[in-house]
Design a protein around this ligand. Sequence first.
Ligand code: PRX
Length: 670
Amino acid sequence: MASRSAKSGAATSADTSDRISSVLQEHRAFAPPASFRARAHVSSARQLASLRAEAEADPVAFWQERAKELAWFRPWKKVLDWKHPHARWFVGGTTNASVNCLDRHLGGWRRTKAALIWEGEMGEVRTMTYQQLHGQVCKAANALLKLGVQRGDVVAIYMGMVPETVIAMLACARIGATHNVIFGGFSSEAVRERINDSGAVVLITQDAAVRRGSIVELKSAADVAVKKCPSIRHMLVLSRCGVQVTMKRGRDLWWHDVVDGASPVNEPAQLDSEHPLFILYTSGSTGKPKGILHTTGGYLTQVAYTTRMVFDLQEDDVYFCTADVGWITGHSYVVYGPLMNGATVMIYEGVPNYPAPDRMWDIVERHAVSVFYTAPTAIRSFMKAGQAWPERHDLSSLRLLGTVGEPINPEAWMWYHSVIGKGRCPIVDTWWQTETGAIMISPLPGATTTRPGTATVPLPGIVADVVRKDGTSCGPNEGGLLVIKHPWPSMLRTIHGNDERYKAAYWSEFPKGRRHPGWYFTGDGARRDRYGNIWIIGRVDDVVNVSGHRLGTAEIESALVSDPRVAEAAVVARPDDIKGNALVAFVTVKVGVKASGALAESLRQHVGKEIGPIAKPDEIRFTDALPKTRSGKIMRRLLREIVTSGSATGDVTTLEDSGVLERLRSIEEE
Ligand code: PRX
């Protein structure tokens, strides 16, 4: 492994010289290995530069060419209709996501190619060819139609990682229902909120999911959720574990009763390019999650293209993205992207370290996985478990590694590169968001020189920049705000039911005006190095990234204050070796309530119940007051400083009660 500081700016993976021209770690650089380049879709910097030139000359024409690679029933009349901040792509065209993922592959030999290889946590394996998956999707589509689901209706999906989750998503897409996948780790409260906000008419769930060797009951959680969901007419329940559940007559139906017997023939709906494909909820800086709305033609175009280019998909690849379908990565890079490309997709049901820390490597070896895409938090936990675990396995099938979700620390990048990739596999560090729908900034593995810790440069067709608050571009290594300056096909179209919030959250920082035409603000801080590589510094709003998942601190705070014993709460993040960030909650209790370790634990459980275990604060610190401005705003910046460095040294002049800081510094964690 290269040492942290000993590599010079010109070093490559093959370069073992010990020249020291800079101590900056980002100067370690890795050119694509010749063996990889030999058959890559884009195999040289020159080829990439010409793609980039094509895109820069006319980004709209560039995306039009990419859209032609999809199957359309009717071609579009106009490529982009941009009325700031609303985009419509491939206007007038009609298509269908499930046709692009399935039907398109049935004409040739891919018909019998494995589309999904699913491995259950207990070790069972199910393989489904494209033809079989198509049959299942058609059956599920017919079952949904029979339940009265109509084009434009929302269907909520609250499931674990089983093939039926993918089938359910594609079945919705086939009939023009908009899916709303709710992560299986969310609580009843979170499910209820997401169902009610979206107005879902059907909820698809399963009796229980398998996780870390035990059973997680989803149907009973769904029962609690839908008690106050007036829009739900039916629940479709998959029997995964055979556990006893209560089925409400007339409302609840078993998957095997309605799907298995349905016809495997289904005529796909011809949907407008702008037809809503899905709503996916993500955290924002206020308490309520945002229903990010993605539509069909533009989303599919960018997802299909980026999957093929970034992962350099080849016909014989076995592609494994470890994300749960409950997150955007699961939507774009477990389901739609790889299936549109006719890939063989590996899906794993359980946790990565069960029954032992080598479960992933065991899967890679047994299924000959060639492309592996995961999150930095997972890589750090593999590192912590030790390299003896991957060393037990033959990982020679791997040819490409990917990461997503948060900045990867160079140390973890180097470990991934050397211990998992054996120095042979390029690493694609992919920057994007739920809102962007698809990868925006990433290397192309056969063409880009990578550096540990940067997602490198925007993909062709994406116009991103790091700018100052006044909109001028930052100079090299000057920290600024990451913006996207031109609409892109897979961009979110709005926040479901709240277009004002859409405008405020993404378009108000750099509004349309005299200085510029109005840009999308990502919420991320970043800098560009002298090679043009973009380094993400982190979120600049009150959103934190824990284990690669975005959590709104306001959401956790409102969960805390929903406990009757809590008066006020402020949640901030401190760096954590494994999770990226750990959550620290400062809590003031109501008069007469005694702060104690037991109360702290009960509040943690309460947050778990309200939102889900991922949102549980790692630490709870009780205090008698929170630092506030005179206008009453909690100064989270000061709390952040206290949890990271133990003191608050920044500007405290706006603080209402300066004694608070002194008291906060001295409190102990409960
Ligand atoms: O802060 C960035 C970080 O994750 C945020 C998006 O989170 P989410 O919508 O949950 O989507 C995660 C999966 C696409 C971004 O605003 N982020 C994501 N990927 C990277 C990243 N930060 C640095 N490097 C990345 N590769």
